[in-house]
Design a protein around this ligand. Sequence first.
Ligand SMILES: Cc1cc2nc3c(=O)[nH]c(=O)nc-3n(C[C@H](O)[C@H](O)[C@H](O)COP(=O)(O)OP(=O)(O)OC[C@H]3O[C@@H](n4cnc5c(N)ncnc54)[C@H](O)[C@@H]3O)c2cc1C
Length: 402
Amino acid sequence: MTSEAVDVGLWDVVVVGAGPAGATAAAHLASFGHTVLLLDKHRFPRDKVCGDGLIPDALKSLRDLGLYETIRREGHCVDKIVVLSPSGIRVEIDAQCVTLKRRQLDKLIVDEAVARGATFAAMLVHRIRQDADGSVYADTADPDTRIHARLAILATGADVTLLEGLSMLGRRAPSGIAARCYVRSPVQVDELVVSFDRSIAPGYAWIFPLGGDEYNVGCGVFFDGRKGKTVNLRDEFSTFTSKVTIARLLMDRAESIDALRGARIRSGLSGSSLHNGGSVISIGEAVGATYPFTGEGVGKAMETGSLAALQVHAALEQSSLDPLRRFPSLVDERLMPRYLGYKVAQRWISRPWLCDLIAARIRSSRSLQGLAAGIINEATDPRDIFTWRTLLPQWSRRSNLT
Ligand SMILES: Cc1cc2nc3c(=O)[nH]c(=O)nc-3n(C[C@H](O)[C@H](O)[C@H](O)COP(=O)(O)OP(=O)(O)OC[C@H]3O[C@@H](n4cnc5c(N)ncnc54)[C@H](O)[C@@H]3O)c2cc1C
């Protein structure tokens, strides 16, 4: 799938980072007929520490790439999410999701980009330089490889070194951290299980079935709203797997496939600029595209990749940087209201007693269960649930939330 001999000519676009954000942008740009060089420091397939959960917005972006049926075939389809509140109140939410290891998912998207005409090469980029004429150079360890492009897209995930070099970084510190392991267990769990424990607030632990008898089990915490408390994910993971019954049962009989490994999360569309003012834009986790509260990032990375492809296509067609200049406001307009909603939800769950009250209300109200499903489908603004009106039934009755 790769073409290691990188042409020394002028590419239309160089995309650095071949995760879901970069590979999606590369696939769309190649379809528009542009010459696209997609670079990643790893060869694919490569592993990526993740929960491997694909919720409806990720599935929509995959459908746009023509990969939906393949993903459903290769992955494991799930139609329910079980949410456990801090005191163990169980809420069931209907949701069509798929789990698929990132090792497979990311290769499928990169392969799609290559099939559409992009060139992939495994190379670590040390620096992006912008020339006086506006074109860009990507410096790698090999001084003989000269990568020159009209425009560049940075999609380097939580590694923001290249953004820092271009003064696009506002905050180096991540917004949160999360860890996962793979296990095999004879105990059957058919739903995505999400547990909000008070020790990890605001954050959650999860069990995601991968099909067969394999599971992705992990936990993650957001720093915003944690009020200076330190976090040790190994301790949080032990708390989850010893205290929460379903996790204890699963893990008691589990055999390890891959040890617990952690990674940083950048969320809330904050901490980085989307445009350097010239020929470079940035997308995906590098610009904090992961949602607060849910930690869902694959779909959002792909969505920013698709939006970026449209703007880069327009810039190349018009030989003008104006479409890139409009990219940050476009993302702000389209996506920021949704991020604000998920940020509010994250603030609420930082108070476990509120999380319990909300879980109790959702459990007793069909319409609230529908709204909760809408949070997963992105049909509901989380602010419609995480509100005092939800907690106070007399107000809810007035607004038909029964
Ligand atoms: C433990 C954990 C669980 C998660 N669970 C979920 C989940 O279940 N569902 C979900 O939707 N999201 C989840 N997320 C979030 C999700 O993993 C990210 O949002 C997503 O990977 C972002 O995609 P991306 O393409 O922006 O970046 P990435 O997937 O991180 O890809 C970035 C790529 O850039 C490459 N790169 C970086 N720097 C360079 C360089 N200098 N030169 C060349 N290549 C470079 C990297 O090798 C990498 O391949 C989770 C995150 C964590 C940490």
